[in-house]
Design a protein around this ligand. Structure first.
Ligand SMILES: C[S@@+](CC[C@H](N)C(=O)[O-])C[C@H]1O[C@@H](n2cnc3c(N)ncnc32)[C@H](O)[C@@H]1O
Ligand code: SF4
Ligand code: SF4
Length: 461
């Protein structure tokens, strides 16, 4: 009888009673229990189904014919799924990553202004410099309402399927909600999201949000005042909580399903120990739909030093505590996480996503708003042309896990995507630097995707 071949290169992760066998070449994996693991380890010894069935029947005193049939079923399923092979291992032809016609996701920065002064804010220097230059008349003013509408309309025509309205604080722009209403009128299907600190959400804004937005993503760094305010400044906790509650109450009053309310704690070495409590407070007391924690990333400043990145052991301990808590809860996941298991070869900057600043300058991503990354300006050049022809965007798209020296040898590269390129640039000054500080985290998160329980992401939003 033919031998069953287990992939020659394997990574195995265990979590109590379950085990993941991952074949990095073919990007395929199997999640098995202890019995499955026993079989896998037998097949790793180049054995046939009947040999293994005999061993199992003798060892566990089982009826031989039934045992053979069960093992045959197990093998057939994993052969069909492309994990096990008959006779010889077959490396799959890896499909080329498709050339994108346009960015699926656009970060639209509505204003440089913000009513808060979070010391870690990744675009603080960029925004504050532009505000000063605009006051001095040294840069073009921000896009007018009509120019913004033209941008939204054109992005939708070009095929964007997700617009993320952000800033600064988007709600500091008086026409913010009108522009979002306009986007909704232009397309009933496009995903519209706003990132906000929630302090400006009142009854009227909440109603407008319910009318047009799919997701409202709100920053919340602690379940208690002192922790939230440590990073977000004095007197910010109550207004944030009031804003969150107001939106959730309005959605209930209007009997709407949307917007999905997702809270985002930026995790540092200080608040990571409260990760579970932040979830508990957000889900049980505030009634949020889910959370999407993000690790603190070094941005366009070094005011909060990289020492603020949580220690790996503490993070893992807290992630386990959170996971135990979440097992008892029914969590609705934001739609954005659905495709997290597709193989990807880079972080999305300049390809799947691009970022536009309030004056119309286009950058590869929201954390790369530096003069050297300007790809063009929508006032001068059509955004499709910028996407197709900009050398900056093309160079960025060419930086993939296959071209990054360390990542190109890593087993989980197509799950991890090499981490955030903006972070590499911010920390090491080089776009293609290895994200050494975050690599441990990134591997843990990549494997977490296989377990279906990665809660934390490594780049803002
Ligand atoms: C720049 S803010 C703009 C939206 C809004 N003002 C807010 O704070 O939610 C977008 C998101 O990035 C997060 N963020 C800011 N700086 C960060 C950093 N250094 N590392 C990780 N996330 C960061 C914020 O907490 C927020 O969730
Ligand atoms: S993180 Fe948001 S709220 Fe804080 S300073 Fe930056 S833009 Fe403002
Ligand atoms: S950042 Fe680390 S975990 Fe991610 S692909 Fe590169 S080497 Fe692998």
């Amino acid at each position: 009888m033919e031998r069953i071949i287990v992939p020659p290169r394997l990574r195995v992760w265990s979590d109590g009673a379950w085990h993941i066998y991952f074949d990095p070449y073919n990007f395929v994996w199997a999640k098995v229990n202890d019995s499955g693991r026993f079989l896998m380890e037998e097949f790793r010894r180049y054995r046939t189904i009947s040999d293994v069935a005999r061993t199992v029947a003798e060892r566990f005193k089982l009826e031989p014919t039934k045992t053979l049939a069960l093992i045959d079923g197990f093998v057939n399923k994993l052969v069909d799924e492309g994990f096990l092979h008959r006779r010889a291992y077959r490396e799959r032809e890896r499909e080329a990553f498709p050339k994108l016609k346009f960015a699926g996701t656009l970060y639209l920065h509505m204003t440089n202004k913000c009513n808060l002064k979070c010391p870690y804010c990744y675009n603080k220097t960029d925004r504050e410099t532009k505000i000063k230059l605009e006051r001095l008349g040294m840069v073009d003013p921000i896009l007018s309402t009509q120019e913004y509408k033209d941008l939204i309309g054109r992005a939708i025509e070009c095929g964007a399927h997700h617009l993320i309205f952000t800033g600064g604080e988007a709600l500091m722009r008086p026409d913010a909600m009108d522009l979002i209403k306009f986007a909704r009128q232009k397309s009933s299907t496009i995903k519209l999201e706003m990132l906000t600190n929630a302090t400006k959400i009142d009854d009227r804004i909440a109603e407008q949000m319910c009318a047009s937005l799919d997701i409202v993503t709100i920053s919340l760094d602690g379940h208690e005042k002192h922790m939230h305010e440590l990073y977000r400044g004095k007197h910010t906790f109550e207004p944030t909580i009031r804003g969150i509650k107001c939106l959730i109450k309005k959605r209930l009053e209007l009997r709407r399903q949307k917007p999905f309310v997702c809270l985002v704690p930026v995790l540092t070495e200080k608040n990571v120990i409260n990760l579970k409590e932040i979830y508990q407070f957000s889900l049980e007391e505030l009634g949020a739909d889910n959370l999407a924690p993000v690790l603190f990333q070094a941005g366009d400043h070094q005011q909060v030093s990289v020492d603020q990145i949580p220690k790996m052991e503490i993070f893992q301990q807290e992630a386990t505590r959170l996971s135990n808590y979440l097992q008892q809860m029914t969590i609705i996941r934001p739609e954005a996480q659905d495709d997290s298991l597709l193989a990807r070869n880079h972080c999305g900057a300049g390809g799947g996503e691009i970022s536009v600043d309030p004056s119309g300058f286009v950058y590869p991503c929201q954390s790369l708003h530096f003069p050297e990354f300007v790809a063009g300006n929508v006032r001068e050049t059509d955004i499709q042309e910028i996407f197709d022809d900009s050398p900056v965007l093309n160079r960025q798209r060419g930086t993939t896990v296959e071209t990054l020296a360390v990542c190109s040898h890593c087993d989980v590269r197509f799950l991890c995507n090499g981490g955030c390129r903006a972070t590499a640039y911010n920390v090491y000054g080089q776009m293609d630097a290895h994200n050494e500080l975050y690599c441990n985290y990134l591997e843990t998160m990549a494997v977490g995707k296989l377990w279906g329980k990665t809660q934390v992401s490594s780049s803002p939003n």
